[in-house]
Design a protein around this ligand. Structure first.
Ligand code: ADP
Length: 623
């Protein structure tokens, strides 16, 4: 039995969702890691490049103060008296100007032991260094103390940031002064500028001195203590400005060479961006080169990976839905087939059951039929026995009646014959003849009796046609004409001319003769002697009713019930055999009609014959 297929179950969806989340997380993580790896590679290369760039671009200026320190005129100037100095100064200034021009630096100057600039390449310019005291500047201090000095700073006169290199000018073991060169880092910054990246050089104080992002310059990468701020102020390294901290947040390490930081977005004022930060010590001094790589590309990679995984999952989900739908259709189809098969099985079972029931019913019926047939046979046998017994009784009655009816004339004939013979022997032929005539009459009456019997026994096998009722009645009147006249019987006949009944002509005459004869017998002793014969109009089916009423005494009650049985009579011996109405009834049955008898309320009997339609209804009207 199939369960209803409900599609993808809830845990399938949950599993898919979990799988999706895991796959998406893995993909996003993988994309991020890969992109950051690539970024870190790029960062490492950048750092190499910046380091090399610093060495090549700035390193070459490092030699310049040392060379200037060896120059004779410079050394002479430092040793010279004020007068000599005045004479030497133009030469030294010209020399410095030439050097500055040749190496492409910002400015070259010579500083005396007190820290005052006594000669400079920009001697003839409005913001000339000459006369400026730089004794507080670390590069000068370092040069006097250690032979050389180096630092990033903002020019006190010019306000232009730059890198200062200094070298001591010694006379034996004592330092007479220092030579210094100032280099602009503008060109470097322009060369390093790359979209999506920020390159920085951070000095020993943690202050950004070179930056491809102009606004970050001279901000600190770490918080400054009050002491540090004071020292910075004193050195006027950053032209006396207060060094602000760059507002950034450390956001975890990528590895030991790189970390993530959220910095002000250089491209968008007021916004922040996440950078991969890498750093390494600069080739010279205590500086650090830093590179910040924007992680927006990595984010894009993540989004692409997420979109890719989502797309694959969407396709997979759609396919799963499609497959589930397909499966549902197949399951439905199988279910329908199964249902059909079961219905078929049920049908077969039902048919088998019904067939069995029918077979049983059939057997039962056949048994019952056989039983009926047996019963019928028994009944028929019984009936035959009854009929046989009835016949025997009738024959017995008839034999008794016949014996009685025939015995009397036979006895009379016997006596008449004996007397006739005697008359012949005596020669009295007239008496003998009279006797023989009486014998003849007696034989005639016997013949009438036997003819009646013959008529009763004869099977009425005749052809029925439309017969005129009026003619049959007229025939009976002729037969009884003398009796009607002699006995003064009034005969009322009301039959419409052309009235026909479905009968056989001679038999119809016999019926009317019988009934009219009985009526004449009945009225013979009555005071009024009236016999009325009447035929109704045929009804729609062509049936009509014929009645014969008489003014006689009516039918005796004990006779009425058995009136149409043979040998039922109330008439004295010799006048009736009781066969008339029995014969009449048989004939009327043969016409398909019915005869009935009743006593009328006003006295006398009424015989009614209901004739069947002579012809099918309708045909008469067409004729
Ligand atoms: P039968 O005339 O030989 O007696 P039926 O069968 O003709 O035989 O008549 C049977 C009996 O029916 C008669 O004996 C008579 O009693 C009675 N019967 C017949 N017709 C009439 C009638 N019109 N009025 C009174 N009784 C009748």
């Amino acid at each position: 039995m199939h369960q209803r297929y409900k599609g993808i179950p809830w845990w399938g969806w949950v599993a898919a969702a979990v799988l999706y989340v895991v796959a998406a997380a893995v993909a996003v993580e993988f994309a991020w890691n890969r992109a950051i790896d690539v970024l870190a590679d790029v960062g490492a290369h950048r750092l190499d490049f910046y380091a090399a760039s610093l060495t090549s671009e700035l390193g070459r200026f490092e030699m310049v103060p040392a060379l200037v320190a060896r120059q004779g005129s410079v050394r002479a100037l430092l040793k010279a008296s004020p007068d000599e100095a005045r004479a030497l100064l133009p030469t030294v200034n010209a020399y410095l100007e030439a050097v500055n021009r040749d190496v492409g630096s910002g400015a070259v100057d010579v500083i005396d032991a007190h820290g005052t600039v006594i000669a400079a390449s920009n001697w003839n310019q409005p913001l000339s260094f000459i006369g400026t005291n730089v004794s507080y500047r670390p590069y000068f201090k370092d040069a006097l103390a250690q032979g050389r000095g180096r630092f990033f700073g903002i020019g006190t006169n010019t306000g232009i940031p730059g890198l200062y290199f200094a070298h001591a000018i010694n006379d034996g073991d004592t330092a007479m002064g220092a030579a210094a060169v100032k280099v602009s880092v503008d060109a470097l910054e322009s060369a390093w500028r790359t979209p999506g990246e920020v390159a920085l050089v951070v000095d020993g104080n943690g202050v950004i001195v070179i930056s491809t992002e102009r606004q970050w310059k001279f901000t600190a990468m770490r918080a400054m203590t009050a002491q540090q701020q004071l020292e910075i102020q004193a050195s006027r390294q950053y032209a006396g400005r207060v060094v602000e901290a760059l507002p950034y947040r450390h956001r975890g390490d990528w590895n030991n060479a790189a970390w993530f930081g959220v910095f002000p977005d250089p491209g968008h004022e007021g916004r922040t961006a996440r950078f991969l930060v890498m750093s390494r010590p600069a080739p010279q001094g205590h500086d650090t080169i830093m590179v910040l790589l924007d992680t927006v590309g990595a984010r894009r990679q993540q989004r692409i990976a997420l979109a890719f995984v989502t797309g694959i999952f969407l396709i997979a989900t759609l396919y799963a839905l499609y497959a589930a739908q397909r499966r549902r259709v197949i399951v439905e189809k199988l279910k329908a087939q199964e249902a059909l098969r079961r219905a078929n099985d049920r049908l077969e079972t039902t048919v088998a059951q019904r067939t069995a029931a029918l077979t049983q019913a059939n057997t039962q019926m056949q048994r019952e039929i056989a039983e009926r047939e047996r019963t019928e046979q028994r009944l028929r046998a019984t009936q035959q026995e009854v009929v046989h017994a009835g016949k025997l009784a009738v024959i017995g009655q008839m034999a008794a009646a016949l014996t009685h009816e025939l015995n009397q004339p036979l006895v009379a004939i016997r006596t008449l014959c004996d007397n006739a013979r005697t008359f012949f022997e005596r020669g009295q032929s007239a008496q003998a003849n009279a006797n023989l005539e009486r014998v003849g009459r007696l034989v005639d009456s016997m013949a009438v009796l036997t003819s009646e019997l013959k008529a009763f026994a004869r099977k009425p096998d005749v052809e029925l046609v439309a017969v005129s009722l009026g003619e049959a009645v007229a025939h009976a009147r002729v037969i009884y004409a003398s009796r009607i006249r002699d006995e003064a019987v009034r005969l009322d006949v009301r039959i419409a001319p052309g009235t026909t009944v479905y009968a056989e002509s001679s038999q119809l005459q016999q019926v009317i003769v019988n009934v009219l004869g009985n009526a004449l017998d009945a009225v013979r002793g009555a005071s009024t002697r009236v016999i009325a014969m009447e035929a109704s109009e045929p009804d729609a089916q062509g049936r009509l009713r014929f009645t014969i009423d008489d003014s006689g005494p009516g039918i005796a009650p004990d006779v009425l019930a058995r009136l149409f049985e043979p040998f039922v009579t109330t008439k004295p011996r010799g006048q009736g055999l009781g066969l008339g109405l029995a014969i009449t009834s048989r004939i009327v049955d043969g016409f398909g009609a019915r005869i009935a008898a009743a006593n009328r309320e006003e006295g006398g009997a009424r015989f009614t014959i209901d004739f069947a339609a002579a012809e099918p209804p309708g045909t008469e009207h067409e004729r």
